[in-house]
Every structure is written in C-alpha cells, then in structure tokens.
Design a protein around this ligand. Structure first.
Ligand SMILES: *Cc1c(COP(=O)(O)O)cnc(C)c1O
Length: 368
C-alpha cells in the first residue's frame, strides 16, 4: 500500500545511462575488429541492472555472458534470442536440462562437469572449453584439452570454442606468457577462441581473434577503465552509473576542529564542511580516505575524514554557494558535477568494478 511519505524521501539516487552504455559498446566494437562480442552482464551487470543492460544492448551485442542459469533463463523469457554464455558453466546436474532447453552455452572448466554431462539425458548443443594457461583459477590444463574436447564431442556437444582468461592484461606483465601457452595447444585443436577481457581487448589486438572468435568485455561497457594509468575518458568511454545525493547539513569549523568518527580530519584553518546523505551502507567505500574526489554544486572537491554508515563529509572551501540541498555527485555525471569513479576507487585502494557492484539495495534506481 502506498504510504504518504515514499521510500524516495532520502535524496540519494543511482542513475544508469543507457545511451552511455550503448556508446561504450560501440567503442568495444571498434577495438574488436571482426571478432564477436559478448556483453558481460554478470553480477547484475556490474551493479547496473542486468535486465536493463540487456535491453539497452539487445540490438548491439552478439551475446550476453553471465553466471547463473536462472538469470540466463530469465533473459530468454524476456525475449533475448542471442547466444548466452554461462561463465562458470553449471554447478549442479539439475541445471543441464535448462541449458539444452534454452540453448545456453556453458563454460566447461573441470572434469566434474564432464561427469555430470555424461550422466545427463539431455545436453546442450554448444560449450566453451576453458583452459588454464597460468591464472590457476578455472580450467583444464592445456595438456588435458584434447581429451576434454573429445569427451564433449562424444557426448554430442560439437559446437566448441576454446577459452582462457588473462591474469595480468591490465598490468605490465601483460598476456605474452599465457598467450604462448594457449597458442601452443589451441593451434592443433582448430576451434574458435575467446580470450580477451576489457583490458586485453583494448591493449592487445593479438588476443581479439577473427570473425569466428569472441571477446568478453565487461568493465569498459560500464565506463570503467581497466588500467591504473589510463582514464576512461582517455579511452573514449562514458560513465554509465551516477551515484548522487544532496547536502543535508553544513558545519562551520574553527582551526583545530575535527570531523567525524575518530576525528581523523582536523581543520588547519576555519572552513565549511558539507554533510552528504551517502555512507558505506549505500555502497560508498568506507576505505576512501580524506581526499576522495566528490562534486558539490558543480565544483570538484574532496571528502573529509571517515565515511559513516549513512553520511560522509566533504570540504566546502571551494564551493562558495553550497547550502543544504545542494546536489552532490559521488561518482558519474550528475547535477552536482562530474566525478571519475576510477578516481574514487583509487582513493579507496580498490577498483571501480567493486564500487559499481557494491551500490546497496536501499539506494533507489532511476533509468535514463
Ligand atoms: C568478468 C569476466 C570478464 C570481463 O572482464 P572485464 O575486466 O570486466 O572486462 C571476461 N571474462 C571472464 C571469464 C570474466 O569472468
């Protein structure tokens, strides 16, 4: 039953910009050349909303990649007809019938999955065979690949793609060793391949593949940079998520006054401090130290002191006309100004992936 005061009384909002998502996908297409593109929409499209992301990309993406069979089935039920890749395959035998029925493509990465497939009465027509080329997370060793491939084909799963995942595509070490390991086995098998995440897609053309192959960009679609040394704007990407709120209080400090829990920020001179309706229970990183970028009333400034559960403080020294109710952008592009999510993440010693995924359920969402 609607209440007189709805749950949108608190000013914090998360907005998702579908046009920016489509723009970023088009950037991915430029990097991909002839290769096909999975739009990676796992983890609820990195916190952006998987169904909204799939709708926005439906006419652009060659396929969607995610984790859970039930979410893949939900996409089918919403009318998405393109290939769907399950990045960790299936977890239990009960899922296998749905793979066949809804034409889902599981990643097969372990012998236990082969046993489950062998015992199943219905099997999917296609699969990705995942090789462990050095990340040591999921996958068969390259030496096991031939036998695993044969087993899948014997089970009637004949549309196979060979896959691996890079551990350091965003780092100086790069992909050379893993690519060599992959190449020494993949060449013999003569299957289509799928290797590149966002970082490899942008930086390593040799990992993208050709017209039968598939790249798997995630973060770049959401306007995050996979690199510490290159901003999303430099890559021609646009922010998709905006987290915004308003000032709900203003304090005037004298030199020596301190702010928030632990009093870890201390004013050196008289200053005004803004209190923002956003805290770690909204998904703002508690480990952001004094100095994380934040925009108030169109002016870029910095956070101050510790982030509380429901509030955080910011420096109003450069924001002369700030008042209670002034718009604040935590990240993205909002009424309060523009703030690079990667810079906020760096201030909290993390990556934008984590920020996007962590926006809390209690934050109302708006779709633009
Ligand atoms: C998450 C994921 C991706 C996408 O990675 P980004 O760094 O976000 O581009 C690609 N492949 C696999 C296997 C993944 O799990």
């Amino acid at each position: 039953m609607p209440t007189a005061v709805s749950n949108v009384s608190r000013p914090i909002r998360m907005r998702v910009d579908s046009a920016a998502l489509r723009h970023n996908f088009t950037r991915a297409r430029q990097w991909a050349g002839a290769a096909n593109l999975w739009a990676v929409i796992k983890a609820n499209a990195y916190g952006h909303g998987q169904f909204q992301a799939a709708r926005a990309l439906d006419d652009l993406a060659d396929g969607f990649a995610l984790l859970e069979t039930e979410n893949a089935v939900a996409l089918r039920e919403r009318g998405h007809r393109q290939p769907i890749l399950l990045l960790e395959g299936f977890f239990a035998p009960q899922e296998i019938a749905a793979l066949a029925r809804f034409d889902l493509t599981p990643v097969i990465h372990a012998p236990a999955q082969l046993e489950m497939l062998a015992a199943a009465s219905e099997r999917p027509a296609r699969a990705y065979l995942k090789l462990n080329t050095g990340m040591n997370r999921l996958g068969f060793s390259p030496e096991e690949a031939g036998a695993a491939r044969q087993r899948l084909e014997t089970l009637g799963i004949r549309h196979l793609t060979l896959m691996s995942h890079f551990a350091e595509a965003d780092a100086p070490a790069g992909i050379g060793a893993q690519l060599r390991c992959f190449g020494s086995f993949a060449a013999d098998l003569g299957l289509p391949i799928s290797l590149a995440n966002s970082a490899a897609l942008i930086r390593y053309p040799e990992s993208r593949g050709g017209k039968d192959d598939w790249a798997r960009p995630g973060i770049l679609l959401y306007g995050g940079s996979p690199f510490a040394d290159t901003t999303a704007a430099q890559l021609g990407l646009r922010p998709v998520m905006t987290l915004e709120s308003r000032l709900i209080g203003i304090q005037t400090l004298a030199a020596g006054d301190r702010v928030g829990y632990g009093g870890v920020f201390q004013a050196e001179k008289p200053m005004r401090v803004g209190v923002v309706a956003c805290g770690y229970a909204d998904g703002y990183p508690r480990h952001a130290s004094t100095g994380a970028p934040i925009a108030v009333a169109g002016v870029l400034t910095r956070t101050l002191g510790r982030v509380s559960m429901d509030m955080l403080a910011c420096d109003l020294s450069p924001v002369e006309d700030a008042r209670v109710g002034s718009p604040v952008t935590l990240w993205g592009e909002g009424e309060g100004g523009a703030v690079d999510a990667d810079a906020v993440a760096a201030a909290a010693n993390t990556i934008s992936y984590e920020l996007f995924c962590a926006v809390a359920e209690r934050v109302p969402r708006e779709n633009a």
